[in-house]
Design a binder for this molecule. Structure first.
Ligand SMILES: NC(=O)c1ccc[n+]([C@@H]2O[C@H](COP(=O)([O-])OP(=O)(O)OC[C@H]3O[C@@H](n4cnc5c(N)ncnc54)[C@H](O)[C@@H]3O)[C@@H](O)[C@H]2O)c1
Length: 267
């Protein structure tokens, strides 16, 4: 089949799928869903090798692997790519999903540095490592998990919001520069999802005020639908499209509305 006749979904059946941040929350739901959808191999990559292996052990697929990987370490990302391709075959889908919720308000320098490395630099490491391989084969897909905070804003944390905007911008750049090489790129931008990241008493007031929390399997449903329809932007909360439109049409009006909401939830 020529690349133009494929849908992005073709990377899943019989494919080799990698999910970073796969030991928890959204990443775990993605790994479980891709295993059930017929991926030949699913690799769960996370900071904790033990946690990744526990999730991998429960996957319903022919081959599952759990690996310890710090996605901010470019050398480690490249070694993981080498190892996975040597042991399991060509990677067809990489979900660059690991994330951290750091920084209250403007945050500290450490919050900015860590958020930058996990939310932007990590995707660059993956792109450098896997996209040339995928281009060479004319087959492959990179999905970057950003956030609705990367399209709109997250009023609680500037480091989170700004670095997620960076993740969206990078995903768009990659889609433009690599989209004609038989490679798919997509960007997942959920609002609130009930995961360990948000299931804490100190998790953001703005995230909780946005309401409409989804469960991780709902996000996996949205990812499967978007891959099937070859869509770049994946919005598990469809209302985010309308919020983004309003922001683009009248930025001052949007900012006034956001200030009003912040006054309500922080007052
Ligand atoms: N939960 C939400 O409401 C929500 C909303 C929008 C976007 N997101 C994004 O979705 C993604 C998944 O978040 P989640 O809610 O499932 O959170 P989670 O905390 O349940 O899972 C995040 C996983 O990423 C891993 N991780 C963190 N830093 C890492 C690193 N340097 N290397 C490897 N793994 C690392 C963690 O160990 C954890 O297992 C994140 O990128 C997050 O920013 C979450």
């Amino acid at each position: 089949m020529s690349p133009s006749h494929r849908t992005q979904w073709d990377v899943v059946p019989d494919g080799v799928v990698v999910v970073t941040g796969g030991a928890s929350g959204i990443g775990r739901a993605l790994a479980e869903r891709f295993a059930r959808e017929g991926a030949r191999a699913v690799v769960v990559a996370d900071l904790s090798e033990a946690a990744a292996q526990t999730v991998a052990a429960g996957l319903d697929c022919t081959q599952a692997m759990g690996i310890g990987l710090d996605v901010t370490d470019g050398v480690a990302v490249d070694s993981a790519t080498e190892r996975i391709e040597a042991e399991l075959g060509a990677i067809t889908l990489w979900c660059s999903n690991a994330g951290v919720a750091l920084g209250d308000g403007l945050g500290g320098d450490d919050d900015w540095e860590r958020s930058w490395h996990v939310h932007v630099q990590a995707h660059i490491h993956v792109a450098r490592s896997v996209l040339p391989r995928m281009s060479g084969r004319g087959r492959g897909h990179l999905m970057i998990t950003a956030s609705a905070a990367g399209l709109l804003t997250n009023m609680d944390s500037a480091p989170y919001s700004v670095t997620k905007h960076g993740a969206v911008a990078l995903a768009e750049w990659l889609a433009i520069r690599h989209g004609d090489a038989g490679i798919g790129v997509s960007c997942l931008c959920p609002q609130g999802v009930r995961t360990p990241m948000t299931d804490r008493p100190d998790s953001g007031s703005a995230t909780r005020a946005a309401g409409g929390f989804l469960e991780p399997p709902d996000v996996a449903d949205a990812v499967v639908a978007a891959l099937t329809e070859s869509r770049f932007l994946i919005l598990p909360h469809p209302e985010v499209a309308e919020y983004e439109r309003r922001r683009a049409v009248d930025r001052d009006r949007w900012l006034t509305g956001m200030r009003r909401m912040w006054a309500k939830i922080s007052g």
